[in-house]
Ligand binder design. Structure first.
Ligand SMILES: [Cu+2]
Length: 504
C-alpha cells in the first residue's frame, strides 16, 4: 500500500469515528434532555398538608398572622438533611386563610441573614403592602403590611420578591398559600374541608446533589432551572388517602420555570372550578389543565371506592418548536401525586350547575391600550430599573393590554394588585381554562394575548406595582416593569430607593 493510500484510510477512519462520536453525543444530549418519573417513584410518602396559620383578632377586628422567615434543614428523604428556608418552619409556609371583608395584618419577621420580601401574589391591595422589591425586609427586622380583603374567594399564594434574587429565595423554600373565602364560595356546597376533601397542592420541581439541592441551570435550558423530580407540599413521591367521592385540588405551580400539563393517569375528566382569581361562572369539564409558574387552578375530581389514581404531568401539547419542547421541559413526564380512595367513600353532593356571574371587565369601556413586548433582555426593550416608573395608570379606569412574545422561548406575564380577563389568545377566544379571573398568563413563543384590566386599587404615585415574567430566572434578569396607579390628573412620583423597612 502506498503511503498516500494509508494516510487516506486513516483520515477516512478518523472521519467516521468523529461523525459517530458527534452523532452519539447529540443523541445522548437529546435523549438526556427528556425526564420521566412515571412509574418510578413508588408513592412511598404520605403527602404533607401545610398547617393552617394561627391568627388572633385585634380589638379593631383585624386578623393578625405571624410569619417568620427562617433557615433550617429538611429531611425530604429520611436521614438526608437538606439546608432549606421556610416560613414558621424549615420548608414552605403555613396556609393563611381569611374571608372577604376582613382586615388582615401579617407580621413578617426576617431571621435570615439576607434581606428578602414577601409578596402576596394575586392579592388586591395597596402597592406599599404588596411585598415587591421596594418593600425589602432587612435581616433581623420585621414588616407588618395590612389591608382589607376586597376580592372574591380564591387560591392565592405568597413568596419573596427581592429584585434579582427571587428564583433563589423561592427555590430555597419560601412559599405558601393564601386562601380567601367569601359568602358565595362557602354557600355552594363545594368540597371545603381543608386537608380532607380540599387539598392544597404546592407543586415544585427539584434536583438533588446528595442531600443538597442542586439549583444549577442546564446550558441548553433558556427558561432557567428545571428539576428532574417533583414534590408536592415538600413531599417527594407523595400519596394521599381520600375518603370522599369528590376531591377538590388547589393546584399551585410554585416551580420557578417549569410549565405543567396536569391530568390523571387514566385521563379521566375532572371539573375546573376556579382559576387564579377565583371561581369560574360554571364548572368546565376537561382532562388536562396547563399551569405555568405562578398560576393556580382548582379542580374537582371524582374517585371510585378503593381505587388508586395518579395525578400526572403530561408532555405539553401547545405546538412549541422542537427546541423548546425538548430542552425547556415540554417532553417531560412526572408522577405528581397518587390518590388512594377508601373502600367506603362519603357521599359528595353534586357540583352546582353554575357558580354565578363574574365581575370582570370586558374591555369595551377601556380608557386606553398598552403594548408589552416580552424579551428576556427586558420588557419593551428596557430591563427593570427600580427608579423608573414605566406606566402611569389612572385609578378607576379599565385598560386593554396587548402582550406579545416572539422571543423564541416561553414566557408568562403576571400583573400585581389586580385580576384580569383574557380577551383573546392569538386573536381567538380563550379556551375555558382562561375564561376566569387571572393574574398570570402563559405565553409560549409566537403568542399574543389581550387582557382587560381594571385598576381600582388605591392611588399612590410613589409606590409602584410590578408586571413581569414569572419564570423567575427571567424576572431576575430584568424582565420586569413598574406601574403606579394615580388619581385622575396626578403624575407619577419617584419610587423610593431600595431600603429596608423597620417594623412597626
Ligand atoms: Cu420569561
Amino acid at each position: 500500500m502506498s503511503g498516500f493510500k494509508r494516510v487516506l484510510i486513516i483520515l477516512l477512519s478518523l472521519g467516521i469515528v468523529l461523525t459517530l462520536a458527534i452523532g452519539g453525543g447529540l443523541l445522548w444530549v437529546y435523549s438526556g434532555a427528556k425526564v420521566s418519573t412515571v412509574g418510578r417513584g413508588g408513592f412511598r410518602n404520605e403527602l404533607a398538608v401545610p398547617p393552617l396559620a394561627k391568627s388572633s383578632v385585634d380589638p379593631d377586628g383585624t386578623r393578625v398572622f405571624d410569619l417568620k422567615m427562617q433557615s433550617g434543614e429538611t429531611e425530604f428523604t429520611a436521614g438526608r438533611k437538606t439546608p432549606t428556608w421556610g416560613f414558621n418552619g424549615s420548608y414552605l409556609g403555613p396556609t393563611l386563610r381569611a374571608e372577604r371583608g376582613e382586615k388582615v395584618r401579617v407580621r413578617v419577621r426576617n431571621t435570615l441573614d439576607e434581606a428578602s420580601t414577601v409578596h402576596w401574589h394575586g392579592m388586591r391591595l395597596p402597592a406599599k403592602m404588596d411585598g415587591g422589591p421596594h418593600q425589602m425586609v432587612a435581616p433581623g427586622t420585621a414588616w407588618s403590611p395590612h389591608w382589607k380583603i376586597d376580592q372574591p374567594a380564591a387560591t392565592l399564594w405568597y413568596h419573596p420578591h427581592p429584585h434579582g434574587e427571587t428564583e433563589d429565595h423561592v427555590q430555597r423554600g419560601l412559599a405558601g398559600m393564601f386562601i380567601l373565602d367569601d359568602a358565595k364560595s362557602l354557600g355552594l356546597g363545594l368540597p371545603d374541608t381543608y386537608g380532607v376533601n380540599d387539598l392544597p397542592l404546592i407543586v415544585q420541581d427539584v434536583k438533588f446533589d446528595g442531600a443538597r439541592f442542586d439549583h444549577g441551570h442546564g446550558v441548553l435550558q433558556t427558561v432557567g432551572f428545571l428539576g428532574d423530580r417533583t414534590m408536592v407540599n415538600g413531599t417527594l413521591d407523595p400519596y394521599r388517602v381520600v375518603e370522599d367521592e369528590l376531591v377538590r385540588l388547589r393546584l399551585l405551580n410554585a416551580s420557578t420555570a417549569r410549565t405543567y400539563d396536569f391530568g390523571f393517569d387514566d385521563s379521566r375528566a375532572f371539573s375546573l372550578i376556579a382559576t387564579d382569581g377565583g371561581l369560574l361562572e360554571k364548572a368546565a369539564p376537561m382532562d388536562r389543565i396547563q399551569l405555568s409558574p405562578g398560576e393556580r387552578a382548582e379542580i374537582v375530581v371524582r374517585v371510585r371506592p378503593g381505587e388508586r389514581t395518579v395525578l400526572r404531568n403530561y408532555p405539553l401539547s401547545i405546538g412549541q418548536d422542537f427546541y423548546n419542547q425538548r430542552f425547556n421541559g415540554g417532553d417531560d413526564t412526572f408522577d405528581i401525586l397518587e390518590l388512594r380512595a377508601s373502600k367506603h367513600l362519603r357521599h359528595s353532593p353534586a357540583l352546582p350547575a353554575a357558580f354565578g356571574k363574574l365581575d370582570l371587565p370586558d374591555g369595551s369601556q377601556a380608557a386606553r391600550g398598552r403594548f408589552f413586548n416580552l424579551q428576556v433582555s427586558g420588557i419593551n426593550g428596557k430591563p427593570m430599573s427600580m427608579g423608573r416608573i414605566d406606566d402611569t395608570i389612572t385609578r378607576g379606569t379599565t385598560e386593554v393590554w396587548t402582550v406579545r412574545n416572539t422571543n423564541g422561548m416561553p414566557h408568562n406575564f403576571h400583573v400585581h394588585g389586580v385580576q384580569f380577563k383574557v380577551l383573546s389568545v392569538n386573536g381567538r377566544e380563550p379556551e375555558p381554562a382562561l375564561r376566569g379571573a387571572k393574574d398570570t398568563v402563559f405565553l409560549p413563543d409566537r403568542t399574543t394575548v389581550k387582557l382587560a384590566i381594571r385598576f381600582d386599587g388605591p392611588a399612590d404615585p410613589n409606590a409602584p406595582y410590578m408586571y413581569h415574567c414569572h419564570l423567575l430566572y427571567h424576572e431576575d434578569q430584568g424582565m420586569m416593569g413598574q406601574f403606579v396607579v394615580v388619581a385622575k390628573g396626578q403624575r407619577a412620583g419617584r419610587p423610593s430607593a431600595v431600603h429596608a423597612h423597620q417594623g412597626h
